[in-house]
Each structure stands twice: as C-alpha cells, then as structure tokens.
Design a protein around this ligand. Structure first.
Ligand code: 3PG
Length: 382
C-alpha cells in the first residue's frame, strides 16, 4: 500500500486553523457510563498535539449503543480530561453548530452530536459531507477503527479538505502492516465467529504464516467440512467450501472441545460430538497445543476469543492471552472481545501492539488498505 497522505506530526503548526477531527468514540456504554475507554484514551495524544499546534478543534464521531443515541455520554467522559463544549444539534450541522465553530479560539474543543443521527452519514451523502467540510479548514482522521466504512465523515469529507492522519491512525497502519512481513516462525490465531467476514483473511494468512490456528465458532465450520457431527453448535450463516483450508498443513484446529448438552458440560474430542451437543469452547489439550505453538513463535497475530466468552466460556481465552503476554513473541492483537479479555486482565501493555480496531483490523489485514486510507491518499493538498 502506498501512503501518500501526511500525518499531523509532519505539519509544523495549525495556528488558527479549524480542524474537523474524526475520532472513533464508539465505545461500550452501561448505565450511562463508558465502561471501556481504550480507543478514546489512545486518541488523547492527537487531541493534545492539535492543541499544542494551536488548532481550533471540532470533534466528530458516532456511537452505536442500545442505551443512547447521543454523544452526551462521550462529552461527560471527555470533560474529565479536556475543556470541551458539547453542541448537541441532532442533525450534527446547523446554525447553532456554525456559530459555535465561529466562536472557537485556538486550542479550544467542541464536540458535535452523533454523526449517525444524520441519515447522510451512513448513506455517504455528498451534501452531508460538504456540510461537515464547510465547518473546517482541515480534516484529520483519527478513527482508524471505523475507516472500513464508506461513510460521509470517513470518505466524503476528505474529498473537500486538505487531510491528515492522526497519530493512533498511523500507528495502526504501521504496526498492522508488520503482519505482512513478520518475523518467523509466525502463528496467526483467529477465533470468534462468522467465516462470512473472516474467510479472505484465513486464505491470505495461509500464504504468510507458518501456522493458522482456527478457534472459536469458526472451528465448527471446519469440523463440519471434515464430515464431523457438530450437533447444535453455532455455524456461519453461509456454508463455505473450506476444503483447501482444512487440507492445508498450516491449519490447526482445537484438538478437544468443551460441549454443553442440556445442563451437562464436558470435554470431548471433536469426533465424539453428538447430535444434542453444543461446542462452546476449546478444551485443555487445545490450550497446551497453543502454548507450544506460541512458545515456538517469534511473531503472533491474534484476533477473536476461543470460546463463547460472553456466556462464561472464557478460561482458555484467558490462558491464551496470558501465554502470549509471557511468551516474548512480538504480538499484535485486536478485536472487541480480545480487547475485553486483556483489559479485564489489565495486561494491555504486555504486547507489542494492541489494535483499537475490530472490523477495520480484519479488513485491513485482508486487503492491506481501507476506504479511509484511500480517501486520505486522494484528498486535496494543503
Ligand atoms: C467499531 O466499533 O468497530 C467501529 O466504530 C465501527 O462501528 P460499526 O460497526 O458500528 O460501523
């Protein structure tokens, strides 16, 4: 991938310039509070640098939460760290917002309302992109984790403004790119569900990695392809042809599984699963197989849990997180559930790089670029 855009670090000063700063503020909210702030905290370096460079900062972002459609919860969080004003206009851009922008002084910050309250955001409407762009002199994308979306604030706005990447955005691009030319031996561990989104990634990394460990519900599809009974286990919505994958000598599947049948939970070989069994986790032998692979590796890439983490099937995933942290391998991790595990264990700083992205990480690893990166590349020069 060719990087044609500049980062904000390469610009001497933004003195007096109005900056439209796209953050990914899409974080889990419970009982009116942000319960996991990893990606928000990581964007503070960019906010601070823009303030140092005397910019007038207009933060835009989206939130998908069952509890609320407003970014007020993000405002309440941010004001613990920065002097910030919230302008909660539901269409995101209106006269109130325009006046608030006119009044901005150097180093000041305003936060606009949830972009997805305006239908133009997800529709990537030209009008909405132009309205957003009209608020500022410069666009900065610090939302790598939403840069797989063809939305107005990601791909539309940079058509109309000189554009730069934020610091975290750039770190994501550089560190995730290292997965394409890793130190060897290299083990790629992929868990979670849905081959629908992960198949291209598996195919690609079978050509790069020494071992591709397929865990989580993805393994169920592979057992099925092998002709094994998977009982009532979760499968991908589409039945893919996984023949090449299961026959590849680099592919490793869990050698034992935890199954639930009624109220009974037991460990079985994949070949012993019966009609009423539901596979919910990797078994203890699988954990030891993984330990061996991880300890032999110089580079590990991990995304997605080994079991049904939300429902308490988490011990093997916890073991995996700990063994990677202790292995000394250069490790790159990512994905919402993976992040939840390592934040619970408070070991975020034990890895070479923890991505703030979920879907965007998978898309970047599969395609080596994202719509948001391409949009920065094509943006008008300052
Ligand atoms: C994420 O949380 O992965 C990003 O913010 C993208 O969110 P979305 O899946 O709602 O587009």
């Amino acid at each position: 991938m060719e990087i044609k855009y500049k980062t904000i670090e390469e610009v001497g000063s933004f003195e007096g310039k109005r900056i439209l700063l796209r953050l990914d503020v899409n974080v889990p909210v419970k009982d009116g509070r942000i319960i996991e702030d990893f990606r928000l905290k990581k964007s503070f370096t960019t906010i601070n640098l823009l303030r140092e460079k005397k910019a007038k900062i207009i933060i835009i972002g989206h939130l998908e939460s069952k509890e609320t459609k407003s970014l007020e919860v993000v405002y309440r969080y941010l004001k613990n760290y920065f002097a910030v004003t919230f302008v909660p206009s539901p269409l995101v851009v209106d006269d109130t917002v325009k006046h608030a922008v006119e009044d901005l002084e150097e180093g000041e910050i305003i936060l606009l309302e949830n972009l997805r309250q305006n239908p133009g955001e997800m529709a990537n409407s030209v009008d909405f992109a132009k309205e957003l762009a009209s608020l500022a002199d410069v666009y900065v994308n610090e939302g790598f984790s939403v840069s797989h979306r063809n939305h107005a604030s990601i791909v539309g706005v940079p058509m109309y403004l000189p554009s730069y990447s934020g610091i975290l955005f750039q770190e994501e691009v550089v560190k995730l790119s290292q997965c394409f030319t890793p130190a060897k031996p290299f083990t790629f561990i992929l868990g979670g569900a849905k081959f629908d989104t992960k198949l291209p990634l598996v195919k690609k990394f079978l050509t790069i990695a020494d071992h591709v460990y397929i865990g989580g519900a993805l393994a169920n599809d592979c057992y099925k392809q092998k002709g094994l009974n998977v009982g009532v286990s979760l499968l991908s919505t589409t039945a893919f042809d996984l023949k090449d994958i299961i026959e590849d000598s680099k592919t490793v599947l869990p050698s034992d599984v935890v199954v639930k049948n009624g109220e009974e939970i037991s460990v079985k070989l994949p070949s012993e699963v019966s009609d009423q069994d539901k596979i919910l986790d990797a078994g203890p032998k699988s954990v030891e197989d993984l330990r061996k692979l991880v300890n032999e590796s110089k580079f590990v890439l991990w995304n997605g849990p080994l079991g049904n983490y939300e429902n308490g099937f988490k011990q093997p995933t916890i073991e995996l997180a700990k063994m990677i942290a202790e292995s000394g391998a250069q490790a790159v991790l990512g994905g919402g559930d993976t992040l939840a595990v390592i934040s619970e264990l408070q070991i975020e700083d034990k890895f070479y790089f923890v991505s703030s992205a979920g879907g965007a990480m998978l898309d970047f690893l599969a395609n080596e670029t994202l719509p948001g990166i391409e949009a920065l590349n094509k943006a008008p020069k300052a």
